[in-house]
Design a protein around this ligand. Structure first.
Ligand code: HEC
Length: 246
């Protein structure tokens, strides 16, 4: 009886959790905003990205989704706001007004067939809206810039790697670990994955993985998916703790 109750309680919290989870599928912009966004797009983006639908580089479709899925709307928004339209021949890039970027974001969501809802997309919510495919979250794709947490372990004579590593997560901050990330890493349960570390000398000719043998580390870099030898082309390594969860 008690277990039954626990299961019911558990299932309903799960359901609640799922309901409050915001994704690009939960109606996060409205049609009016997307219509304004289309005008922004035609005026400022179409000359390079082409008519809505068949552009280069395309802002819709599988390749586009593979670059942005398993991330949140804020990452995409910041990329657009900080680099689009790109600088051309001028020394200072003139960005558009913020509200125009918000509207063009709504248009991009609509172009990718994510459903409209009743409210406009607002910057306060960007970080909480997950970009993902129709079937829900998936592992991040090959070549994504990622972060993971695992134990520094010698794999063979010439290779070090992270064992008991967590599922890789998208990362856009090319700089090293932040204090917040390290704090969060310290409480993460151990994972089950192994990644070989590649190009560790990117961190300096004298960087010695053996100095961190058995330490729990956060790695950032480019994920190289390969059967039996998943690797990370390392960009940063930071120590989370001097022990590994067992
Ligand atoms: C002068 C040409 C030009 C204009 C104008 C321009 N872009 Fe781009 N855009 C590019 C190029 C080139 C790339 C690919 C290189 C890169 O990622 O920096 C790109 C990449 C992008 C990407 C990333 C695509 C991907 O698959 O990851 C997005 C999103 C984007 N642009 C949005 C916009 C928006 C929105 C506007 C209008 C506000 C705009 N761009 C205007 C040239 C342009």
């Amino acid at each position: 009886m008690k277990t039954k109750l626990a299961i019911i309680l558990c299932a309903s919290t799960l359901l609640l959790g799922m309901q409050s989870r915001k994704t690009v599928w939960t109606g996060v912009y409205n049609d009016e905003q997307a219509a304004r966004g289309l005008m922004v797009y035609e005026e400022n983006c179409a000359r390079c990205h082409g008519a809505p639908g068949g552009q280069t580089p395309s802002l819709t479709g599988n390749d586009f989704m593979d670059r942005w899925r398993e991330d949140n709307v804020e990452s995409l928004y910041l990329f657009i706001k900080n680099s689009m339209p790109p600088m051309r021949g001028r020394t200072v890039r003139t960005p558009l007004a913020d509200n125009l970027y918000q509207d063009v974001m709504a248009f991009i969501l609509k172009s990718n067939n994510f459903p409209a809802g009743s409210f406009e997309l607002k910057p306060e919510t960007f970080a909480s809206i997950q970009v993902e495919g129709k079937d829900g979250p998936r592992p991040v794709p090959n070549s994504a810039f990622i972060q993971t947490v695992g134990c520094m372990t010698q794999i063979n004579a010439s290779t070090w790697g992270l064992t008991m590593a967590t599922e890789p997560k998208r990362s856009r901050a090319n700089a090293g670990a932040t204090m917040d990330e390290l704090k969060a890493a310290a409480t993460m349960p151990a994972g089950t994955l192994t990644f070989r570390l590649q190009n560790v000398d990117f961190l300096g000719a004298d960087y010695k993985p053996e100095n961190h043998a058995g330490h729990r580390m956060q790695a950032k870099g480019i994920l190289i998916r390969q059967p039996n030898a998943e690797r990370i082309d390392v960009r940063s390594l930071a120590m989370v703790s001097d022990t590994c969860p067992n």
